[in-house]
Design a protein around this ligand. Structure first.
Ligand code: NAP
Ligand code: ZN
Length: 346
């Protein structure tokens, strides 16, 4: 075991505070990573509050991790000391199950979350990226393209892939009219990625306060959902809506913006159930779907795509001791557009 330093919550509702814990010694197939930056995802807030009822305490959050390799196990072939790498939302998955599917491994039953899960075959909790170092199997480590800065690339590991995967799955591209609902950490990545994929991009935000930024990031249209006229103007016009909102909304009102055969994909994961009138779907043969992060293969594809297009997150860098304040600001949608912790401040 090696001692690690981080920030953790001991129980639901407690603030994050300094925490010392053990990381395992590297096995032959492990990579040791000195963490340089970690993005702050709204899922971190749901998890520390036990909002989804699945949290394992103490929690060291963080699954938008970038850093540098400091050591590799004897069997590691893809990475060497000094490589710039990333780790996202999971650090292991099914390795034996017959249904193992490398294109969809995030949906396999053996998925091990980067934090608030358990190390495979043990009762040691997994601890995330608000910490100084990590030990991760090489199959779950990503390469960061050379032209992307490690701080602004960190949010690609969750926010980036969570938008890239449904945009690709539902064929966002030329001729497709795609709306991104919620202009937060996930949403702003969705605008950049959907634009780079060639889709016509509409942002649906509560107000017009981020309109200028949204248009610069590649949106073609920008509407305030607080204005009832938005729903009249856009009725039946969209092929695809990706909903990144972290709270409950009027689902039926948004479904009415879809064309016949349009799809609304939930990536935002509110803590309350989604109530729905069947007639929000039936008359337009509309689909309401969900999507979760992406496979390791797809995450590397997304990172390479971002490297080719020069896409990173718009970030506000914070010191680790500002993390509790950052959570409070995120709860008020007061972030442009992702907090990233500089781990040198730990
Ligand atoms: P975020 O940065 O806080 O952004 C959420 C955005 O939703 C806000 O910026 C705001 O956009 C909008 N919003 C918030 N409260 C709202 C309300 N009451 N009514 C209407 N709009 C509201 O959060 P994030 O990190 O992007 O995460 C968003 C959600 O995705 C969270 O639930 C998170 O857990 C989930 N998530 C899911 C996956 C997955 O794999 N499916 C992965 C990562 C995160 P405007 O200011 O533009 O209105
Ligand atoms: Zn996340």
């Amino acid at each position: 075991m090696a001692k690690a330093k981080g920030y953790a919550v001991p129980a639901a509702g407690a603030p994050l505070a300094p925490f010392t814990f053990d990381r395992r010694e590297p096995n032959a197939d492990d990579v040791v990573i000195a963490i340089k930056h970690c993005g702050v995802c709204h899922s971190d807030i749901h998890m520390v509050d036990n909002g989804w009822g699945q949290s394992v305490y103490p929690i060291v959050p963080g699954h938008e991790i970038t850093g540098v390799v400091t050591a590799v196990g004897s069997g590691v072939t893809k990475f060497k000391e000094g490589d710039r790498v990333g780790v996202g939302c999971f650090v292991d998955s099914c390795t034996t199950c017959a249904a193992r599917d490398l294109d969809r491994e995030q949906y396999m039953p053996g998925l091990v979350l980067t934090y608030s899960g358990f190390e495979p075959g043990s009762d040691l909790p997994t601890y995330g990226g608000y910490s100084d170092h990590m030990v991760v199997k090489e199959g779950y480590v990503l390469s960061i393209p050379d032209n992307l800065a490690l701080d602004a690339a960190a949010p690609l590991l969750c926010a980036g892939i969570t938008l890239y995967s449904p945009l690709r799955h539902w064929n966002a591209g030329p001729g497709k009219s795609v709306a991104i609902l919620g202009m937060g950490g996930l949403g702003h990545m969705g605008v950049k990625l959907a634009h780079a994929l060639g889709a016509e991009v509409t942002v649906l935000s509560q107000t017009l306060s981020k309109q200028e930024d949204g248009l610069k990031m590649g949106a073609d249209h920008y509407y305030a959902t607080s204005d009832p006229k938005t729903f009249e103007t856009l009725a039946g016009t969209l092929d695809l809506i990706i909903c990144t909102v972290s709270a409950g909304i009027d689902w039926g009102a948004y479904l009415s913006l879809l064309k016949v055969d349009g799809t609304m994909v939930l990536v935002g994961a509110p803590e309350e159930p989604v109530p729905l009138n069947a007639f929000a779907l039936i008359p337009g043969r509309r689909t309401l779907a969900g999507s979760m992060i992406g496979s390791i293969k797809e995450t590397q594809e997304m990172l390479d795509f971002c490297g080719q297009h020069g896409i990173v997150a718009d970030i506000e860098t914070i010191a680790i001791d500002q993390i509790n304040e950052a959570y409070q600001r995120m709860a008020k949608s007061d972030v442009r557009y992702r907090f990233v912790i500089d781990m040198a401040t730990l």
